[in-house]
Ligand binder design. Structure first.
Ligand code: ADP
Ligand code: MG
Length: 256
C-alpha cells in the first residue's frame, strides 16, 4: 500500500475552479474505492456547503488551527461512502491575523493531519484565493500541488506569483512541492479558450492533464443541489470529463 497522497489545490485567483475540482475529484476518487478526506481551508466555505448543505458544523478547521482541537474531532462524514470532510467556517477569514505570531504557524495543518493521514489514500486541500497563511499551510502539508486554471482571459497572469511563492517555500522551508498536474477548466470551445489552453500547455508542458473540463452548467447546478455530478447528471459533458480526469489522476498517482 502506498502512502497517502496529499494534494493542495492552489491558484491565487478566485473563480478558477479550485473548489469544483476538489469536490469532483473527491467524489470520483471515493467512487473508485479510495478513502478520501477533503479539507476546506477557504473561509468562504464553498466546499463545506456543497458537501453538507449547511455551515453549522462544530468544530471546524478554525478550531483545529486556532484553538488546538484535534483534527480527528473535526472530521465529518458526507453521506458519500469513503468521502470525509474537515469543514471550514467564516471565522477562518481572520486566520492571517490570528496566526501572525503563532510559533510554527506554517506547519499547523501538516502537524494536525499527521495522526490521521494514514486513514486515507488521498487528502485534497481546497485553498483560498490568496497566498496567505492558510495557503502556505496547505503547501507545507501537501505531498503535491494541483493547479486548476480557468481558460479565460488573464488565466496566466498571477501564475508567476504562485510559482515564485512555491519556489520561496522550497528554498526556505525544506519542502519539495512538486506540481502533480494542471487542470484546464471552463473550456467553452471558443477561439479564446483554445488560445489560452495553448498558452497553458506552452507554460506547463506535460503537467497539463489531457482531460480539459468543459464549461457545463450541470457542474454548477450539482453544487447548488448539494449533489454529486456523477449522480446529478451522469451523461453530462461535465460528468464525463471528470470521470476521465479521475482516471488520469489514478494513472499518474498509482500507475494504473
Ligand atoms: P474557486 O474555488 O477557484 O473560486 P469555483 O470552483 O468556486 O472556483 O468555480 C467558480 C465558479 O465556476 C462556480 O460558480 C462554479 O460552480 C463554476 N464552475 C466550475 N466549474 C464549472 C464548469 N465546468 N462549468 C460551469 N461552471 C463551472
Ligand atoms: Mg473556492
Amino acid at each position: 500500500m502506498q502512502s497517502t497522497r496529499i494534494f493542495a489545490l492552489c491558484n491565487n485567483k478566485g473563480g478558477v475552479t479550485k473548489t469544483t475540482t476538489t469536490i469532483n475529484l473527491g467524489y470520483g476518487l471515493a467512487r473508485a474505492g479510495r478513502r478520501v478526506l477533503l479539507v476546506d481551508t477557504d473561509a468562504q466555505s464553498n466546499t463545506t456547503y456543497s458537501l453538507l448543505g449547511n455551515l453549522e458544523q462544530e468544530p471546524t478547521l478554525f478550531d483545529v488551527l486556532i484553538n488546538g482541537t484535534k483534527l480527528a474531532d473535526a472530521i465529518v462524514e458526507t453521506g458519500e461512502p469513503n468521502l470525509h470532510l474537515v469543514p471550514s467556517s467564516i471565522n477562518l477569514s481572520a486566520a492571517d491575523l490570528l496566526m501572525a505570531s503563532a510559533p510554527g504557524r506554517e506547519r499547523k495543518l501538516m502537524r494536525a493531519l499527521t495522526p490521521i493521514k494514514e486513514n486515507y489514500d488521498y487528502i485534497l486541500i481546497d485553498t483560498p484565493p490568496n497566498l496567505g497563511v492558510l495557503t502556505v499551510n496547505a503547501f507545507i502539508a501537501c505531498t503535491d500541488v494541483i493547479i486548476p486554471i480557468a481558460l479565460t482571459t488573464y488565466a496566466l497572469i498571477g501564475i508567476s506569483i504562485l510559482e515564485s511563492t512555491m519556489q520561496e517555500l522550497r528554498d526556505n522551508l525544506d519542502v519539495e512541492l512538486p506540481i502533480f498536474g494542471v487542470v484546464a477548466n471552463l473550456d467553452d470551445h471558443t477561439r479564446l479558450s483554445n488560445n489560452v489552453l495553448g498558452a497553458v500547455r506552452d507554460h506547463f508542458g506535460s503537467l497539463v492533464f489531457d482531460t480539459v473540463i468543459p464549461r457545463n452548467i450541470k457542474v454548477e447546478e450539482a453544487h447548488n443541489q448539494i449533489a454529486c455530478i456523477f449522480d446529478y447528471a451522469p451523461m453530462s459533458t461535465g460528468a464525463q470529463a471528470y470521470t476521465k480526469l479521475v482516471k488520469e489522476v489514478l494513472h499518474r498517482a498509482e500507475g494504473i
